[in-house]
Design a protein around this ligand. Structure first.
Ligand code: NI
Length: 191
């Protein structure tokens, strides 16, 4: 009889990651295409599900946990899911949304982006996934793919709003009031 050396990887027994915060250079790099859909990737995804849930996030991109791979997890209430090597293949319309980011806790910004987007990628079995995302799902897709390209929501702001936001962030970092507590303002749209 051999004792198992590892648990089977249910959602409750994987470690969670600290979420990388604004100022961390990893958030500014472009992530690499995922080449192998293997056990390591599945374990990473399990840990990202836990991390996302603990952070009360709706979405989480791999670079937000320091991993430069093109994938993101999300949960808009139907349970956690993942999309690997996502690509936007269509977008249309315009939609204003109060967008927040787990890497910039406590701040959110009204940003206009396309309302409806279609994303194409892979699931963990390597099967093609196509999702047409309207409104919140559309926003999530765009926000997470931005993370994979090293883009933050601050980059989507009008220049003067962006300047003001960066000033506030730097000041908050200086007086150690950044990051603020989980569940603060902007908690609804944390991507
Ligand atoms: Ni984000």
């Amino acid at each position: 009889m051999t004792a198992p050396v590892q648990t089977s990887g249910t959602l409750d027994d994987v470690p969670t990651f600290p979420v990388r915060l604004f100022g961390d250079p990893v958030l500014r790099q472009r992530s690499n295409e995922v080449e192998e859909l293997d056990g390591d990737l599945a374990r990473l995804v399990d840990a990202m599900y836990d991390t996302m849930r603990d952070a009360m996030g709706l979405g989480l991109a791999a670079p937000q946990v320091g991993v430069l791979k093109r994938l993101y997890t999300y949960d808009l209430g139907d349970g956690p899911a993942v999309i690997v090597n996502p690509e936007i293949v269509e977008s249309s319309g315009e939609w204003l949304y109060d967008e927040g980011c787990l890497s910039i806790p406590g701040m959110s910004f009204e940003i206009v982006r396309p309302k409806l987007v279609t994303v194409r990628g892979l699931d963990l079995d390597g099967d093609e996934v196509v999702i047409e995302g309207d409104e919140r799902m559309g926003r999530l897709i765009q926000h997470e793919i931005d993370h994979l390209d090293g883009t933050l929501l601050l980059d989507r702001l009008e220049p003067d709003v962006r300047k003001q936001a960066l000033r506030e962030l730097r000041q908050a970092q200086l007086d150690a009031s950044f990051p603020v507590v989980v569940g603060g303002p902007g908690a609804a749209g944390r991507l």
